[in-house]
Design a protein around this ligand. Structure first.
Ligand code: COA
Ligand code: ZN
Length: 477
């Protein structure tokens, strides 16, 4: 996306080219209040995430509950069976019993977390900084002894003492962790501080890969994740629809689309984003807000007349990216904020053309209406009232049907068309492309006659298949 300053971003493109997406919908996402996925739902979500090309799936914390354990185990199996390509991660506290349970589920990687800010050390762990270092070192080594990859998550890293955090990461790395996640547990990073933070840590403690786990308490998670990648993070934790503890973490869909818009990189299959949005809405019971970026109902729904007029001339006027990028389409609202261009376009979409005078009168009516959303139906009613014309689709008097016909590959389509055109009741025959070869429009006074016509069509030589649709309503010209 070109802005006068987008040059600044150019040098970070390689970082986004290689960034890995870790989806934690099944672990962090299930920590959303009210959310509990069934095992089958988790398997389905994991498969879909894998289809989208997510690199790592954090499948759950096996020590939490038997069904969480079972889900992680079954997802790990899917991986072993070759049904999933993504790396499968099991979450664990820095305690042996959790690590044992995680290892039993046979993941690719165990992720051990431990709060490393003084607040967490004191309140949760009741440990000195030194004691915590030995717990971290021992537990990473213990997990490594199972022959799995290990990530260490420095919980509340963003509020930890920086020099101490360096020691923590060094300890985890030297004990065998090849990845370290720096968690912004309460969402206090900003894009600038996140970038500086990761620049600092990657320099101070090299030879380990860094993840960013950014919470959205101040609505800054996505931006901080961007900053972190610019500063050297090589994996970003996301969840579908931004689910997670409290207000959640970086939404997968937003991260993927933002990377596409700013760097023209498709790190996740964008065409599948709406499907996973809906799937996780259904299974989590948490609907995405109307005004959620990218996936919300209003993301491409324009309202003010000036905007709609702009959009009609060139959608780029009010869209950062085209909705088609993720398989969506744009629309606009009709209400008192509407202008005449919007009404005209809306009416034309409904197959209604009016002169400028009528258009202005319709607009006046709309402005007087107290309705917040004028439906197509209301708009047509207004147009009918103002113009004095009947504009609504009406039921047909005769029975009408369209019949799609497949012609035997050995027969000549045009000779079949000729034969059909003389059948009683056939009003129109057209040669078409696609799954069928001919389209026939039929009119009959009643069903009995219609059936007889259809029978004689089906009995015509050279026809191998038909598909019939009855016309219910028709727009009068
Ligand atoms: N490593 C080691 N111990 C940790 C820890 C960590 N990262 N984080 C917390 N703990 C300890 C606390 O110190 C506390 O121990 P204590 O009982 O000695 O005081 C305990 O874990 C947490 O308290 P509580 O939840 O009451 O313990 P529990 O034994 O009943 O349950 C879980 C532990 C993990 C099974 C349970 O909390 C749970 O199901 N949690 C859901 C997953 C979760 O909390 N995830 C956080 C991801 S950031
Ligand atoms: Zn989290």
């Amino acid at each position: 996306m070109a802005t006068p300053f987008s040059e600044i971003l150019k040098k970070y493109r390689p970082a986004f080219e290689k960034v890995k997406v870790l989806d934690a919908t099944l672990r962090e996402g299930e920590q959303t209040p009210g959310v509990s996925f069934t095992i089958d739902q988790k398997l389905e979500i994991a498969k879909k995430l894998d289809e989208l090309g997510v690199h790592m799936i954090e499948a759950g914390h096996p020590a939490v509950a038997p069904d969480v354990y079972e889900a992680v185990r079954r997802i790990s199996w899917m991986k072993k069976e070759g049904e999933i390509r993504a790396e499968i991660i099991a979450h664990s506290r820095a305690v042996k019993s959790d690590i044992d349970k995680a290892a039993e589920t046979e993941p690719d990687r165990i992720a051990i977390f431990y709060g490393v800010s003084d607040i967490h050390l004191k309140a949760k762990h009741r440990k000195t900084r030194e004691e915590a270092l030995s717990v971290i070192g021992e537990m990473v080594e213990y997990a490594k002894s199972y022959g799995v990859k290990v990530r260490f998550t420095a919980e509340d890293a963003s509020r930890a003492d920086l020099a101490y955090l360096e020691e923590v990461v060094r300890t985890a790395r030297d004990a065998g962790a090849d990845r370290v996640s720096l968690a912004d547990t309460v969402g206090v990073l900003t894009p600038w501080t996140a970038q500086r933070f990761f620049e600092h840590m990657t320099k101070a403690v090299p030879n380990v890969e860094y993840d960013i786990h950014a919470h959205n308490d101040l609505g800054m998670a996505l931006a901080s994740a961007f900053g972190a990648v610019m500063g050297g993070a090589t994996a970003v934790h996301v969840t579908v629809n931004g689910l997670g503890e409290r207000v959640g973490i970086v939404p997968l869909q937003l991260f993927a689309v933002a990377v596409k818009v700013h760097f023209d990189l498709e790190i996740i299959k964008l065409s599948g984003l709406m499907e996973i949005t809906r799937m996780v809405e259904r299974y989590s019971g948490i609907e995405v807000p109307y005004n959620m970026p990218v996936v919300g109902d209003y993301a491409f729904l324009h309202k003010a007349g000036v905007h709609v007029a702009g959009i009609l001339a060139d959608p780029r006027t009010y869209e950062a990216f085209p909705p088609e990028l993720i398989g969506r389409s744009r629309d606009y609202v009709i209400d008192k904020y509407t202008g005449k261009k919007a009404v005209k376009a809306k009416l034309e979409k409904l197959g209604i053309r009016v002169d400028d005078d009528t258009l202005m009168k319709i607009l006046e009516e709309i402005k007087k209406s107290k309705l917040k959303f004028l439906t197509d139906d209301t708009l047509i009613s207004i147009a009918e009232r103002v113009s004095g014309r009947a504009l609504r689709p009406r039921a047909t008097e005769n029975i009408e049907a369209v019949v799609w016909i497949k012609v035997d590959s050995n027969a000549f389509t045009s000779s079949v068309a000729r034969k059909l055109s003389v059948v009683d009741g056939v009003k129109e025959v057209a040669e078409v492309t696609g799954d069928y070869d001919l389209l026939v429009r039929v009119e009959a006074p009643d069903h009995k006659v219609l059936n007889a016509i259809l029978d004689s069509i089906r009995g015509t030589k050279g026809i191998v298949g038909t598909h019939t649709q009855i016309v219910l309503k028709k727009m009068e010209k």
